[in-house]
Design a protein around this ligand. Structure first.
Ligand code: M6R
Length: 615
């Protein structure tokens, strides 16, 4: 949540901030603002709080000033937590002297007590945000410190919660000070122009070197370079990141929106993720960290933690890992995992699945797993993200930047990556013959071609969505690996069309939810050929008798299973455990077309942000 960009150095311009913020739109758009400093005027602040149009309006307001050179500047796009999405709550915030400016992502959990104390000390607040408290805390510390860095360090010790922020001060106008604690932050540069940003896309075409910032570290960035310091003030190395993302991948490139572009990128993203992932000995080729095969051979349990769409990918993986390895797999929503007493030890492999690698709930679950002594693996998409740095091993989904808030291509890539992990575990556990592993892996590598085929249903799914655009209730049902597909279909529809949608295991309908079915309901059945095909077709009969509008998503040869005005979406038949990768795609398209036919912008769903870095 919340996007941050900051720039200093000879190339610093207003336009870098506004363009960077546009590229961070997926982080939130309740309001947007920048503050710049130049020799003639000191600070100049612009803020807009018009919801989905905030960034566009900010860009328009600053068009005339866009090429203005500045000494430095910071910008922010907000997903509101503390304080409504109003202008006076929009970042950047200032201290009482208006000499310290700050943008912030995350939450200061003890902000009420800090604010009360600061109020007693005479500080006046102009917003309801927790962010403004940080500016005043730094203001209080500053007279007793030799530098802005020292004041920021002292202030940070007083605050609890996950956060990252960037501060600028008129006392030293070309210096930016950043702090990172379990929220994304990176540093980048080109020549003597330096940046701090929450995400790579903000500065992809501006910088040619990217550096990761460690948790509990501070960065001081000025035209001469960047330095990192730990909480004790010792200087730390800034480790360079090598992200092969291109600007093209972070732009719409002729598509109406990012969601449709990313749906159509799925063949390529799956191919990039799975091809080359098993070596000649069927060992998993991990990224960055070396997998210790001996350690992995000793594990007797897998625990998967994730949120939202990533959780649904983890759910598919549970079926595959249990089937191929015969090891128990537990699956937990990250925000639940850390607050119960999960039974995890050094023989457990905890797999954190996350597109961003920054989702706070999953990051905290990963910390918890490490504290409990588990072996840990992160499956994430963002190179150098917090989870990638924390986990013992990393398996990247090579899907490129995903900008749409509603995840699509990273979901299918996650399932692909987790399938390779399952095959690798099956091999080292001796549960599959080497040739079986090879055959299955080769079949997985063929799946991108099947995706190309399934992408052809785009127009027919659009026609279906327009036929159903007046329907009010949607039920997605599936069995076995079709169940997580049903959950994901329902989640996508809720996220971008705001329609009540539920995902159920089809066999569970008769235990209650079937009471909801009537002629106004739409039931979408994931009925591709798993070994439960006949059972789900019996569930279809139970549904049909209640006369909802019925849509069956099935394999091409089963088209004859519908009757009357029912609809069939045909997808190619693949290995049953790989089927979710194929089957989810028409459901992504359905959510997309429903949103469009209802007049919603799929890239800007209300109330949502791409990366949830608050609890
Ligand atoms: O970055 P992550 O994969 O950890 O994000 C987890 C969820 O917040 C995310 O999948 C969310 O559900 C998406 N909006 C789904 O489209």
């Amino acid at each position: 949540m919340c996007g941050i960009i900051a720039v200093t150095g000879s190339g610093a311009k207003v336009e870098i901030l506004t363009t960077g913020l546009k590229r961070l739109e997926y982080r939130g758009y309740d309001s947007a603002g920048i503050i710049t400093v130049d020799a003639a005027h000191g600070f100049t602040r612009y803020r807009v709080a018009n919801g989905k149009t905030s960034l566009h309006e900010l860009e328009q307001e600053l068009e005339a000033a866009s090429s203005n050179e500045i000494l430095a500047g910071i910008g922010h796009t907000r997903w509101a937590t503390h304080g409504g999405p109003t202008l006076f709550n929009a970042h950047p915030h200032l201290d009482c002297t208006e000499k310290i400016a700050i943008v912030h992502n995350g939450i200061v959990e003890n902000f009420r007590e800090l604010k009360e104390q600061l109020g007693h000390n005479g500080h006046l607040f102009s917003s309801e945000t927790d962010t403004e408290v940080i500016a005043h805390l730094i203001e209080e510390q500053r007279p007793f410190c030799s530098s802005l860095l020292e004041a920021v360090q002292k202030a940070s010790r007083l605050m609890r919660g996950a956060m990252s922020f960037v501060v600028m001060s008129l006392d030293d106008p070309t210096t930016l000070v950043g702090f990172k604690r379990m929220a994304p932050m990176m540093v980048a540069s080109k020549g003597d122009t330096w940046f701090i940003a929450s995400d790579i896309p903000a500065i992809l075409d501006r910088a040619d070197r990217f550096f990761q910032v460690e948790d509990e570290n501070f960065v001081v960035v000025d035209p001469l370079g960047a330095k990192a310091f730990d909480e004790n003030g010792s200087e730390r190395d800034l480790v360079e990141l090598h992200a092969n993302w291109t600007l093209d991948a972070a732009e719409r490139s002729g598509y109406d929106d990012f969601m449709s572009k990313e749906i159509f990128e799925q063949a390529a993203s799956l191919r990039d993720t799975v091809v080359g992932r098993l070596d000649a000995s069927q060992n998993l080729v991990l990224d960055e960290h070396l997998a210790d095969t001996d350690l992995l051979a000793r594990i007797n349990k897998v625990f998967i933690v994730a949120c939202g769409t990533s959780y649904h990918a983890g759910m598919v993986a549970k079926y595959a890992i249990e089937h191929w390895t015969k090891m128990p797999v537990e699956l937990d929503i990250s925000s639940e995992f850390r607050y119960r007493d999960p039974v995890v030890d050094e023989r457990t492999l905890v797999v954190a699945v996350s597109q961003s690698g920054e989702t706070l709930d999953t990051l905290a679950a990963l910390h918890e797993a490490k504290n409990l002594g588990a072996q840990t693996l992160a499956v994430c998409n963002v190179v150098g993200s917090s989870m990638a740095r924390l986990a013992d091993s990393v398996l990247y989904t090579r899907a490129g930047p995903e900008v749409s808030v509603a995840s699509t291509k990273t979901h299918t890539a996650q399932i692909g990556a987790l399938m390779v992990l399952a095959l690798h575990l099956a091999r080292i556990k001796g549960q599959l013959y080497p040739q079986e592993v090879i055959d299955l892996y080769l079949e997985l590598c063929e799946l991108p071609n099947k995706i190309e085929e399934v992408l052809q249903v785009w127009d027919s799914v659009a026609a279906l969505a327009s036929r159903l655009s007046d329907k009010q209730r949607f039920y997605f049902i599936g069995r076995h690996v079709g169940y997580p597909v049903a959950l994901e279909g329902a989640l996508k529809l809720k996220e971008i069309s705001y329609l009540p949608a539920e995902g159920y295991p089809a066999g569970e309908l008769k235990h209650g939810p079937i009471a909801m079915l009537d002629e106004q309901a739409v039931v979408i059945v994931v009925a591709t050929r798993t070994r439960l095909y006949e059972k789900i077709m019996s569930n279809v009969e139970e549904v049909r008798a209640r006369k909802p509008f019925l849509v069956i998503l099935g394999n091409q040869q089963d088209e004859g299973c519908i009757t009357g005005s029912e609809e069939f979406i045909a997808v190619p038949r693949v290995h049953p455990l790989f089927a979710p990768i194929i089957d989810v795609i028409p459901l992504q398209m359905f959510a997309y077309h429903m949103a469009k036919s209802l007049g919603y912008d799929p890239d800007r769903p209300r109330n949502l942000a791409k990366t949830v870095t608050v609890e």
